[in-house]
Design a protein around this ligand. Structure first.
Ligand code: ADP
Ligand code: MG
Length: 379
């Protein structure tokens, strides 16, 4: 554990080595003499903002300051990590440290590297057997050496014709299926290594899902469906009603919280699924054709909701769709064909309408003349 007295004595020793009085050090840091005296006797610790200036003045590293001693070059790393961990744990409290450690706010929430998925046996009668990326009579490379990143807070779409490998790719990222090759990192953790027994727990803790169907438990009310996700995430009971209330107002579902899923519309169900996904603050929300079963009004409302979750709740969303209208709500689109990512398109500052037109152009370019593979569905 961090030793405040030892740190104090260390500060005192280093100050004296510099030939300064307590007041001289205080003056340099623009603080009171009393503060320095308190540190040196181990009665208090310097303010967070003073660490770096103090270290510079005393000519020590931050790790040495925390350790309360000069650290020999050889043992530096080992010692430093150990000390830092103790310090941060005791200051931030265990919970905050856990979340900080697990979420050092990386640029990319998701990193997919050279991922492939080979199905050895093609399901007979599978809807997509007509596609061209079969490599042998009886096997199909559903995902073929795919690499991409998803930045924190972005809304990324994966587009492609039916059978192009979108769902397979999403299942790999969702830890529902395992790649034949490659690595997939979610907030730095390689999820390919997660054993099957631990996958469900990983999904509960780190992922949110908005799929076309099977989103909600039919025997629970909308409220209970959302609360269930929170309970599984071990959110304390007294916080749950408040969290659900504020979020459901935002998603325009507060009036239907006491209803069962079969009593509400498809659009309302999907917005509940969004609430359930976002409420646990997942690393990434995975959506597979979330608008697939909705009429165009409900679809637009859902897409607005997803975009809002990114904007206002800092959510990161990866959405599979073959619908150009849905894709036009994204920040960036990856185009899949025959298991590969053939192109990508960023929206930048464009309007949805302009982006929509660009997406169509891109699809045309990818498909060349063979429009038979292309499915543009107007909901
Ligand atoms: P999409 O979601 O883009 O329509 P899929 O990922 O569902 O595409 O399918 C990609 C390819 O992988 C298709 O050729 C499909 O037949 C095949 N495939 C999907 N799931 C399986 C499976 N469980 N076993 C064998 N082949 C599969
Ligand atoms: Mg699919």
């Amino acid at each position: 554990m961090m030793n405040q007295v030892k740190i104090g004595a260390f500060i005192s020793e280093r100050r004296k080595a510099k030939g300064w009085t307590q007041s001289q050090l205080a003056e340099k840091l623009e603080i009171t003499d009393k503060a320095v005296s308190k540190w040196e006797t181990g009665r208090s610790m310097p303010d967070l903002s003073l660490f770096m200036p103090l270290c510079t003045l005393l000519d020590v590293t931050l790790n040495e300051l925390f350790a309360g001693e000069c650290i020999a070059e050889g043992t530096l790393r080992e010692k430093a990590d150990e000390v830092l961990m103790d310090v941060i744990t005791s200051w931030l409290g265990h919970d905050k440290w856990e979340s900080w450690k697990n979420d050092p706010a990386p640029q990319n929430v998701l990193e997919v590297e050279n991922v492939s998925r080979l199905y050895e046996t093609v399901l007979t009668g599978h809807e997509n057997n007509r596609n061209k990326h079969k490599i042998k009579n009886n096997s199909v490379l559903a995902v073929n050496d795919v690499s991409f990143q998803v930045a924190h807070g972005s809304f990324v779409g994966i587009m492609g014709a039916s059978g192009s490998g979108k769902t397979t790719l999403l299942h790999l990222i969702a830890t529902i299926d395992k790649p034949t090759n490659g690595t997939i990192r979610i907030n730095g953790q390689n999820i390919v290594d997660i054993p099957d027994e631990a996958a469900a727990e990983f999904r509960r803790r780190h992922l949110g899902f908005v799929f076309q169907e099977y989103n909600l438990l039919e025997t629970l009310t909308i409220y209970e469906n959302i609360a269930l996700a929170l309970t599984m995430k071990a959110v304390s009971k007294e916080n749950i009603p408040q969290m659900i209330q504020s979020l459901s107002e935002k998603l325009d579902i507060s009036a239907i919280l006491d209803k069962f899923p079969y009593e509400v519309s498809g659009g309302q169900r999907q917005r509940c699924a969004c609430a359930r996904a976002i409420v646990v603050n997942p690393d990434i929300i995975l959506a597979d054709e979330p608008t697939g079963a909705l009429d165009s009004h409900a679809a637009r409302q859902l897409l607005d909701t997803l975009a809002m979750l990114c904007r206002e709740y800092g959510a990161t969303i990866l959405m599979v769709t073959h619908d150009v209208m849905a894709a036009s709500y994204c920040d960036r689109i990856l185009f899949m064909k025959d298991g590969e990512i053939k192109a990508s398109l960023s929206r930048e500052q464009e309007s949805k309408q302009k982006f929509f037109a660009d997406i169509l152009k891109k699809i045309e370019w990818i498909e060349g003349e063979s429009h038979d593979v292309l499915e543009v569905v107007n909901p």
